[in-house]
Design a protein around this ligand. Structure first.
Ligand SMILES: Cc1cc2nc3c(=O)[nH]c(=O)nc-3n(C[C@H](O)[C@H](O)[C@H](O)COP(=O)(O)OP(=O)(O)OC[C@H]3O[C@@H](n4cnc5c(N)ncnc54)[C@H](O)[C@@H]3O)c2cc1C
Length: 234
């Protein structure tokens, strides 16, 4: 135990990296991350005193990205509004400020009028941002470690698969590590369970990328705008 630095040392037969997009274990071990895009999510909460019974997830595309909005379950009318664009585009700087976010919303066709018609007003908090791009670790694990959830592969929120995928890969990895530890061969010698997990993760990623590209290509109105041009070229 190195108390002066606040760090402690533990020994383990097997390590799971469940650190989300940071993929702390994988990156510390020198595994490269493959980053597909620089999608970033900018979010603002809205409140209203008017009843809102809309229980759909609303999605709207625009020239520099796309929006989604959800009403929170509960008595009070409260909505989350998120704008997605690439972090290196000028629109990202606009979306990061409240005035800019409101201006982008004002230019939207559906969500701006929807919030206005229901009397929604933004809360006092600053715009919150988070990485939302597609990325994966080059290797999903090794002889004595595996990455699960977003640490292994993180998806675009358009997929709506993030939480399911995190639970599913965590469960699968948990079972396979158990089998590996139960096997006669010491960890690192018979890696069939580890290889099985990594092959499955690899298939998942191929399927995800194909679906992501398919859905982005459905939008054909702004082919000349950088955000969409990048995705058409994928
Ligand atoms: C804007 C946005 C919208 C989304 N919308 C949806 C949606 O509608 N539906 C959906 O299914 N998914 C959605 N997702 C994705 C979903 O949130 C993630 O896929 C999911 O949370 C991944 O779970 P995870 O446990 O792998 O990682 P995380 O939830 O990121 O958890 C990782 C944890 O590890 C901790 N950690 C990091 N580093 C360290 C360290 N060094 N030491 C100790 N702990 C550490 C973090 O603090 C965190 O608690 C969205 C994501 C974004 C960005």
């Amino acid at each position: 135990m190195a108390q002066s630095t606040g760090q402690s040392v533990h020994r383990t037969r097997f390590l799971l990296d469940a650190s989300g997009r940071a993929a702390v274990v994988g990156r510390t071990l020198g595994v490269a991350a493959q980053v597909v895009d620089t999608l970033f999510a900018y979010a603002q909460w809205y409140d209203s005193t008017i009843e809102d019974r809309d229980c759909h997830t609303r999605i709207e595309s625009g020239p520099a990205g796309w929006w989604y909005s959800n009403r929170l379950p509960g008595a009070a009318a409260r909505r989350l509004l998120v704008f997605h664009t690439d972090s290196d585009l000028p629109t990202a700087r606009t979306a990061a400020r409240k005035a800019g976010f409101d201006a982008l919303l004002g230019a939207s066709t559906h969500l701006g009028p929807l919030l206005q018609s229901k009397g929604y007003l933004p809360d006092d908090m600053p715009i919150r941002g988070a990485s939302a791009g597609s990325q994966r670790l080059q290797d999903f694990g090794g002889a004595d470690w595996l990455a699960v959830g977003d640490a292994a592969q993180a998806y675009d929120p358009l997929s709506s698969q993030g939480i399911w995928k995190a639970l599913d890969s965590g469960s699968e990895a948990g079972h396979l590590v158990h089998y590996q530890l139960q096997a006669d061969a010491p960890v690192g010698q018979d890696q069939s369970y580890i290889r099985q997990y990594m092959a499955h993760q690899d298939r998942r990623w191929q399927q995800y990328v194909a679906q992501r590209n398919f859905y982005y290509r459905q939008q054909s109105r702004w082919c000349d705008d950088v955000f969409w041009r990048r995705r058409m070229a994928a």
